[in-house]
Each structure stands twice: as C-alpha cells, then as structure tokens.
Design a protein around this ligand. Sequence first.
Ligand SMILES: [Zn+2]
Length: 280
Amino acid sequence: MKRLNRRIKFICITTLIVFTLVASNSINHFSSLHNNQTLNACEINASIACLELYNQPILPTPNPNIPQTEQERFLSAIATHFPTVPQPGSYEYILLRAYGAAFIDPEPAVKFPPTVVFNNDQETQAYQSTLAMEKITGTNNCYLQQSAAAALNKARSQQNIPLKSGYGASDCTRNYATNLRFWRKYANQNTLDKVREGKETAILGVVAPPGASQHLWGLAIDLRVSNAKQRQALYNNGWFQTVENDVPHWTYLGVNVDNLPTLGLRNKVVRGISYWLTPI
Ligand SMILES: [Zn+2]
C-alpha cells in the first residue's frame, strides 16, 4: 500500500512536470511565432505594436534637424538661395510653386534671382548683369549661366539635341521684353489677374507671366527632344523638365536624378513625360 502510494505520487509528479514542460514550450512557441509576425509587420511599417513589443521605438528617433516631409526637404534645399518663403496663397508663392524647382541647385557658382518675379526691365537687367554667361556650342547667340551651359554643351556633345526654334536666343536666356512679348501672345491682363488670385494655373505651363520666367535666370532652355537617348544625356548632365505641361522647356538643376527626391522635388509623369515639380 505504501509502495502503491509512492508510485501514484511519482506518476502524478512526472505527469505534472511533463505537462508543465509541454505547456511552457507551447507558450514559447506561440510567443516566438507572435514575435516573428510582429517583426515582419514592423519591417513593413512601424506600428504601435512594435513599440509595445520592444518597449522602445525600433526606428531611429527622428532627428529634428533633418527635414522629414517632401515640403520640408524642398524648403530646406532652397533656403540658401531663397531664405524668405512667400506667404502661401500669394502671387509669389504661386510662382515659386510653378517655377521654383530651379532653386534646389546646390552649386555655389549658380546665381539665383532675389525674387520669383521681376517688376520691370531695369530689375531684370540689374540681376542679369551679375551673371557669368557662356555660349551654347553651335548656336548663334544662345547663352546660359556658365555651369548650365557647360552641362548642356556636354549633353549635346553626347547626343544631337536641337534647340526648339533651331538656333535662336529666344530659346535660351531672355530679357524682360521677350518674356512680356511671349506672355501677350498667349495671355493678357485678365489672365494675369486670375493667376494672381490663384484661379488660373494652366497658363503657367504655357507661358510665364512677365518677369517670372526661368529663362530670365539663364538656367532654362527650350529643346526639341524626341528620343530616350537625348533625354538620358540631359538627365546625366543635370537637366530636367520642371514645369508641368511645358514639354520643350528644360531646367538646369545641376544634380543627379537620385538627388531630386532628397531635395524635395516630386516626380510626376504626364503623358509619358517625367516632370520634377516643387512639392508646395
Ligand atoms: Zn521655356
């Protein structure tokens, strides 16, 4: 009887130990499965579950000095050339949105206008007289700022890339009068009033308002691009399309395509054309 009791006691203890081991193993298995699933989820997006699981954030704590959003990156990139951002909704802000991609160019040699719109010929000339210009090879009188011209000459030495009109100055750096003449060809004061009020934006992809063209800055050119090789040669040399729907218009940005998102520009493909637009 005593022996039987001992045997029962032994069986009970053994069963309890086995049960405990199996149970704890299941819990471990379940929790490790749960961890793996959560880890996978964490790799996709950092959820609150990740924070709970590790009791600390998995992603590095955002550094407040590194701009996070597209818009913050863009405004930070243009800050050296364009420290005072115009009031959202203002005419200047509308122009910065349409033509301001050029301001991301980090090259110190490139000179930017002090404003997105010149009020008259005198203001335009005062800025243009400070620019160091260089001729585009094989043209009559097409001039751009030196680094923009050097990059374009290199692209044109790699591929045959004709100017839109063939060879004229009007494809390249323009004066205030030419900018105004082109505006009057397509638009009028009524259009300008609507642009100012934010009620008209499509015209900005056709012609720039007086004093607001990138062509005044010596950093834009109108080209006749018809194939992918020409396009690639331009991209490789820092030239991109930055004005939505203005197909022949190319802007010198001076950086590699990989840098454009980092500098806050937003890629938008319209009818097969890849534009790099401001995110504001
Ligand atoms: Zn143009």
